[in-house]
Design a protein around this ligand. Structure first.
Ligand SMILES: [Zn+2]
Length: 276
């Protein structure tokens, strides 16, 4: 699992020693119909499982020392706020609504309760897509406002869309690079999400946009696969021309000061997407 939206901030909490009970290896295999589900612990780490402790059936337990300083102990409040933000995005977020329509029309309708889960994650990620359970994880401890949740949902829904429509093999690094390029292209590096995430910069320069997509996709591949930097760069470069040009299902890159967002909506039915 794990198509992660990497947070650019430093993972400060990573220096914290793990509590003793978390160190006990969880031998329960991750639900998987494939025979290779019982991978050794180290291999699972390569797949990013350790970034989502709640996926392994561990309930997040705050450390009392961190509760004292107000750093932890807010999990239920965080979950409630996260679920409210998810609900807001589903009702009001333009790209989330468009993606939901595209998924519905592709025969993979998304149900809020079944397919989206707010969880406590490793501080290095803001979200993820779990292809085994076909579920989007929103990291309630990292994606704390509507625009961040909107960005996470759009990004992960593109992985969900690719999983539904394309014959994706998530273990193939080229396939992973492709879906990460598409997510960066259509979500992260589009002007709309840059604006919502508060880091809008003139992406109207074609080369700057391509570089944004390449570096974001590269970071995502490196975050979820234990491959070398060179291997990840090679995979991104191999599939870039094809995957960058594939604008399905949004149909266009959202540009600054343009009607792109409205156009994407208006055009959705032309592609057979059932948007409302
Ligand atoms: Zn991703």
């Amino acid at each position: 699992m794990g198509f992660l939206t990497q947070v650019w901030a430093k993972a400060a909490a990573a220096t914290d020693p793990a509590p003793a009970d978390a160190a006990v290896p969880d031998e329960k295999p991750v639900p998987d119909t494939k025979p290779d589900a019982e991978q050794p612990k180290t291999e699972r780490k390569e797949w990013g499982y350790d970034l989502y402790p709640e996926r392994r059936g561990e309930t997040f337990k705050p450390k009392w020392s961190r509760i004292l300083f107000g750093m932890e102990g807010q999990e239920n409040i965080d979950r409630y706020k996260c679920e409210q933000n998810v609900y807001w995005c589903v009702k009001n977020g333009p790209l989330v609504k468009l993606m939901m329509g595209a998924l519905r029309s592709s025969g993979c309708p998304m149900d809020l309760r079944r397919h989206i889960s707010c969880e406590v994650c490793d501080p290095s990620v803001t979200g993820g897509y779990d292809p085994v359970l076909n579920q989007i994880v929103v990291c309630q401890n990292m994606a704390k406002n509507k625009s961040m949740v909107h960005g996470v949902l759009t990004h992960e829904m593109i992985h969900m869309f690719d999983y539904c429509n394309n014959d994706l093999d998530f273990r193939n690094v080229d396939h992973l690079a492709c879906t990460e390029i598409r997510a960066a292209n259509l979500a992260h590096c589009s002007f709309l999400s840059a604006m919502m995430q508060g880091d809008a910069s003139p992406f109207n320069v074609k080369e700057a946009h391509q570089n944004c997509v390449k570096s974001k996709a590269l970071a995502s591949v490196l975050a979820v696969r234990n491959v070398t930097h060179e291997q990840a760069v090679a995979a991104v470069e191999r599939v870039f021309p094809k995957c960058y040009a594939d604008l399905e299902p949004i149909g266009r890159r959202i540009r600054r000061n343009s009607m792109d967002q409205q156009k994407a909506f208006m055009e959705a039915p032309l592609y057979g997407y059932d948007v409302y």
